[in-house]
Design a binder for this molecule. Sequence first.
Ligand SMILES: *[C@@H]1O[C@H](CO)[C@@H](O)[C@H](O)[C@H]1NC(C)=O
Ligand SMILES: *[C@@H]1O[C@H](CO)[C@@H](O)[C@H](O)[C@H]1NC(C)=O
Ligand SMILES: *[C@@H]1O[C@H](CO)[C@@H](O)[C@H](O)[C@H]1NC(C)=O
Ligand SMILES: CC(=O)N[C@H]1CO[C@H](CO)[C@@H](O)[C@@H]1O
Length: 400
Amino acid sequence: MLVVRVFSLALKLTKNRYFLVTSEAASVSRKVFSRFSCFSSPVHFAKGETRYMSSEPKRLCTENMTVTKIGTHNGTFHCDEVLACFFLRQLPEYSDGEIVRTRDPAQLAECDIVVDVGGEFDPKRHRYDHHQRTFSDTFNSLCPEKPWVTKLSSAGLVYLHFGRRVLSQLTQLKEDDRQLEVLYDKLYENFVEEVDAVDNGISQYDGESRYSISTTLSARVSHLNPRWNSTDQDTEEGFKKALKMVGEEFLDRLDFYKSSWLPAREVVEEAVKKRHQIDPSGEVLLFSQGGCPWKEHLFALEKELHVETPIKFVLYPDQNGQWRVQCVPAGLNTFQNRLSLPEEWRGVRDEALSELSGIKGCIFVHAGGFIGGNKTQEGALEMARRTLQAAAQSPANGNS
Ligand SMILES: *[C@@H]1O[C@H](CO)[C@@H](O)[C@H](O)[C@H]1NC(C)=O
Ligand SMILES: *[C@@H]1O[C@H](CO)[C@@H](O)[C@H](O)[C@H]1NC(C)=O
Ligand SMILES: *[C@@H]1O[C@H](CO)[C@@H](O)[C@H](O)[C@H]1NC(C)=O
Ligand SMILES: CC(=O)N[C@H]1CO[C@H](CO)[C@@H](O)[C@@H]1O
């Protein structure tokens, strides 16, 4: 279970709010108290704005209660502020927060935090808009240790400031856990950055695309807005649906990266660290279990672990218990290899290949030279070693 809401966090909340908004210290205990004094009933609505309470069933609150308010704009909604609101709702101080959708400055001024509207970016006052002319920040400009230079939207702004805490709430990993930092980076790169770019109208590349992609998360959120000729232009239901959809998709990806992608990364990291035990060259990795997606992790870990001699081959068992030797590609999106299996082995099989290579038990080498098989781990390793030796003798040999 990824999502855990803990009500005992109210105490921590009290502390947080003292630090965050000291001027509101007096109202803190009342706010916290009121969370528990409310009981089931529909939420009140005001004209021209929409309010949502997160907890089901809805609660009726006494007149003197104060609920934390998350402000964002009304009217047409976009993926960025929907995602920003979803992130904020994962934090104890906003988990019961009312989302106030308005452009009325007086109402926004009453909000504890405002995203995507208001014309201000001021984290100290929890104002996170990106529409003002003066705004041009990227992740990199605000956190120089991170590489991303896409202009931020409200989603990226909120993720940058609260993302680690959001992930910590959702995964139970500690905020200073290195795994959490890896997930934080990954989910920016593979979820949030796209939302930032689309919202800011930044194309993925120059030139004309061969076809259009119409099913991105941002596109699907926009599809939930009222149609131009619909008599009902109300955006309430659509916004709610979008919040649910965006939240579910984020949780799904987070679960994937935490429970599948991260464990693969650990397997690859282990193999990289032990590579000299497989072959003294350090250019061959061994996975004792096949099927582990290794490529992306290998490139990232070589950099992170300062691997000087690029790794050329990985060995792993296939589904029949035989062994594969696979070439490491030159890059993530290329069919070029750092070092291909020898030209003369390619497309040759079984006995003929064993005879040619002088390695017993060979099964095949693909015509493309990027993968081969032997009946044993030792055989597959020997195929990699012979290829390395041949390349050392004639260094031009290699990429195909
Ligand atoms: C709310 O206000 C009423 C009177 O207006 C008062 O009796 C009650 O104690 C207050 N409740 C809280 C939680 O402050
Ligand atoms: C947005 O809310 C304001 C009041 O806060 C209202 O005057 C305005 O008509 C609303 N706009 C849309 C597009 O719903
Ligand atoms: C929008 O236009 C189409 C085509 O004329 C029509 O069938 C549809 O009923 C319109 N929707 C509304 C709400 O008027
Ligand atoms: C070099 C090497 O160990 N090759 C092996 C390939 O697989 C066959 C079948 O198991 C072994 O006999 C070879 O020794």
